[in-house]
Design a protein around this ligand. Structure first.
Ligand code: ZN
Ligand code: ZN
Length: 293
């Protein structure tokens, strides 16, 4: 399994001299399964570049959306495979308000907010609101969802390929002031010993209490979650648009200190555009090997 990051930023694209190292595109992660099928997590502005790389392939494309906020859908009109005749594109969501969510993805293609209308696209788009897990299962993609704590709702996903696991948890507030869908304890159980945890880590203590309830987690909370859930590697994701490269370098240093002080084998990474993580099976021990390429 190869995980590639095309957009790691939250809320709004943030290009500029202070974000060149980690990147300014919004959420989009590509997973290439070992049989070369593709799974795309979210359709933020990072999707544009990924689309160019998928043009030469003939295979169907599977996009799974966490939720319908702008920073997770805005890449879709610029995703070139949607203009390829006969290209099969499946868009999945498992959230209870899925129908509404997919409308937000396709409504932007209405001829006014964007010059092309969804119904005029030459590709074949299938929208799957309900039962995404079972439809994907039939296609041999094993995925397990969990409800996010986020205004408007959404879903986290855990993907399992031959015992190798990656969890994608954005946008998620671990300690919200509103009624939560998933408690901290439930997150620890759901994420227990996953090989790679990609988690929203948008805020610092300085952002609080002003942004408490906005649907994102503190970096410090996510570090602790990784320790409590004994994950193989933590990837901090959905960086605040104001977080500079220098500040994210500091986060990486603090992560390493924290995990070392807990004497945990968990690796910590701060997501950047272009980062690739390969998961493979150790032929001797059967455990998963996680490598940053
Ligand atoms: Zn977001
Ligand atoms: Zn959101």
């Amino acid at each position: 399994m190869l995980i590639s990051f095309y957009g790691v930023r939250g809320s709004i694209p943030s290009p500029g001299p202070s974000t060149m190292k980690y990147g300014g595109n919004t959420s989009c992660v590509h997973i290439q399964l070992d049989d070369h099928r593709d799974l795309i997590l979210d359709a933020g502005t990072g999707l544009r570049l990924l689309g160019k790389q998928l043009l030469k392939r003939q295979s169907s494309i599977n996009i799974v959306l966490s939720h319908g906020h702008w920073d997770h859908i805005q890449g879709y009109p610029f995703f070139e495979p949607i203009y390829q005749p006969e290209r099969e594109i499946n868009v999945f969501t498992s959230v209870t308000t899925g129908e509404q969510l997919l409308f937000s993805l396709f409504d932007q293609l209405d001829g006014k907010n964007f010059p092309v209308k969804a119904e005029d696209l030459p590709s074949h788009s299938n929208c799957i609101f309900k039962g995404a897990e079972s439809v994907l299962y039939e296609r041999n993609i094993h995925i397990q969802k969990k409800a996010l704590n986020h205004p408007g709702g959404g879903s986290a996903y855990k993907i399992n390929e031959d015992g190798m696991t990656v969890a994608y948890v954005t946008d998620n507030e671990l300690d919200p002031p509103y009624a939560m869908h998933t408690t901290y304890h439930e997150w620890v159980n759901y994420l227990h010993k996953v090989d790679v945890l990609i988690h929203d880590a948008q805020y610092t203590e300085d952002d609080m209490p002003h942004k408490h309830g906005w649907g994102h987690s503190l970096i410090s909370q996510v570090r602790q979650l990784a320790v409590d859930a004994e994950v193989g590697a933590l990837v901090m994701f959905h960086h605040d648009p104001d977080r500079t490269d220098g500040e994210l370098d500091e986060v990486q240093i603090e992560n390493a200190k924290h995990l070392k002080s807990h004497r945990t084998p968990t690796k910590s990474l701060v997501a950047y555009e272009g980062m690739q993580i390969r998961l493979s099976k150790n032929v001797l021990g059967g455990n998963t090997v996680v490598e940053v390429l």
